[in-house]
Design a protein around this ligand. Structure first.
Ligand code: SF4
Length: 471
């Protein structure tokens, strides 16, 4: 059996993973299985020079992409990507129509104009046997001419959170070598804390200055606003939708019904001090129901875990910031992104690589840090919050029932959001001193991910996926 290695570590040394890498606007249901393959398909066509328009393009999906690709709409993502769609601009309402047209016409429009014969059932192959050594989520594209000669072939890895790397890039020492180092480079939490201390800056300050090395400050702050708006829109849409989610299980959407039942509670004599947690639950679930339905979602840092950060940000926005709207949410998102970048560099944000600790665990850690920072926590309290957020998600497996990002994913986001708020509160009640450092917990998460059996890494071959009937 081939075991793939984690793609983190030295390759990403001194790289800047910024707020717009961790938070990307796309569509559901999965950043690694939908957004990544869509990007890879587009890259395949853009990165190769074809002397003649391909007569056929074959796509082969490996590892986790094969095992859970059908439930994660990877086949649709491939069709959309080859048709020239990009995750951040694709209208989630139009996408199913494009896919349906490919199925019914058995053709696909490449390069904007050329129709090629395309039979999704034959031209997208789910390979359950072979694996590539670098990452479970491998996708290989092969273009043929009319005689069946290979015009081009390339393999890409979808490494979680919408990040995509080609096979040649895995062999380079620095896959993104064109990227200049930021003014405050850091590869570990210790280095980040040292930078904060030396320069008397918060984590958000350090992150903002790093972002401003690549784009004007005005653009950075406007971009964060756009991300927050997209998250809020997603919560709103998710709370308005009812009915069932796509898939054979016909899972009922719950966010709308819970929100309605909360609205109906008008008896103020029945004061419920934990009602705020109902909101936190419903916001997180609204996002993940939208994600499961293929709606517009922001990776945070992945689609599967996309509900935690919006829910915690909304909690801060509604229940803590209140009328003091001069306090911005920039510190929340910048801090969360800084913490997410540490996991991306030193461990993984991919369920196929690290199990759900790499998705919901990381999102919980990021949200806890963001909330602690927004609430005025010190740098050490913020680091403590991030550490607590991951420590109690260590070992969390990925076992989506039916290969769909629904059970346990939707509810798990509500749990992750509640845990993040508690982690921030615990940290803010202390003075920042603690026994387990963030670096230690990230390394522990990495080792646990390596030790975790593959059936618990987004293959739907273990856990709830084999114990819960699909219909
Ligand atoms: S179980 Fe966790 S890692 Fe797996 S698909 Fe669901 S949210 Fe993602």
């Amino acid at each position: 059996m081939v075991r793939w290695t984690f793609m983190a570590n030295s390759k990403h040394s001194r790289m800047h993973f910024g707020v717009f890498d961790l938070f990307k606007i796309g569509i559901g249901p999965s950043s690694s299985h939908t957004v990544g393959p869509m990007i890879a398909a587009g890259r395949f066509l853009r990165e190769h020079t074809f002397e003649t328009t391909p007569a056929r393009i074959k796509t082969e999906l490996f590892g986790s992409l094969a095992f859970t690709g059908m439930g994660h709409s990877t086949d649709s993502a491939i069709m959309l990507g080859l048709s020239g769609c990009l995750p951040h601009t694709t209208n989630p309402d139009e996408a199913p129509k494009i896919v349906k047209a490919v199925h019914s016409s058995q053709t696909l429009k490449v390069f904007g104009t050329e129709n090629i014969i395309f039979n999704p059932l034959k031209d997208i192959v789910f390979n359950f046997h072979d694996r590539f050594p670098h990452h479970s989520n491998a996708v290989q594209f092969t273009a043929y001419d009319v005689q069946g000669n290979v015009l081009a072939q390339q393999t890409y890895y979808s490494t979680g959170g919408g990040f995509v790397i080609s096979e040649p890039e895995t062999r380079q020492n620095e896959p993104f070598e064109d990227m200049r180092p930021p003014p405050f480079p850091f590869d570990s939490a210790d280095e980040l804390l040292a930078l904060c201390k030396t320069h008397n800056k918060s984590i958000a300050d350090i992150m903002l200055e790093n972002e401003c090395a690549y784009r004007p400050k005005k653009q950075v702050l406007a971009g964060i606003d756009t991300i927050w708006s997209a998250m809020k829109d997603c919560i709103t849409r998710g709370m308005q939708q009812s009915g069932t989610l796509p898939g054979p299980m016909k899972i009922k959407r719950r966010a709308h019904a819970i929100a309605q039942s909360m609205d109906a509670q008008t008896d103020l004599s029945k004061y419920d001090p934990l009602k705020v947690m109902d909101f936190v639950n419903v916001w997180a679930m609204a996002v993940n129901e939208e994600n499961a339905a293929g709606g517009r979602v922001v990776t945070a840092p992945t689609n599967g875990a996309a509900g935690i950060i919006p829910s915690v940000a909304r909690f801060f926005d509604c229940h803590i910031r209140g009328r003091k709207d001069t306090i911005s949410l920039d510190a929340f998102f910048l801090t969360a992104a800084a913490i997410g970048s540490l996991y991306k560099k030193n461990a993984s944000i991919s369920g196929a690589e690290a199990g759900c600790q790499g998705e919901v665990g990381v999102a919980c850690s990021m949200a806890a840090a963001g909330l602690a920072a927004a609430m005025g926590g010190t740098v050490l309290q913020v680091e403590n919050a991030a550490e607590i957020g991951m420590e109690h998600n260590l070992g969390l497996t990925c076992d989506p029932v039916g290969g769909l990002v629904q059970i346990p994913c939707i509810e798990r986001n509500a749990m992750g959001a509640a845990k993040a708020i508690n982690a921030a509160r615990l940290a803010l009640r202390g003075d920042g001193s603690h026994h387990v450092s963030l670096d230690t917990v990230i390394e522990t998460m990495r080792q646990t991910g390596i030790d975790m059996q593959e059936k618990y890494k987004e293959t739907s071959k273990g856990g709830l996926a084999v114990n819960v009937p699909e219909c």
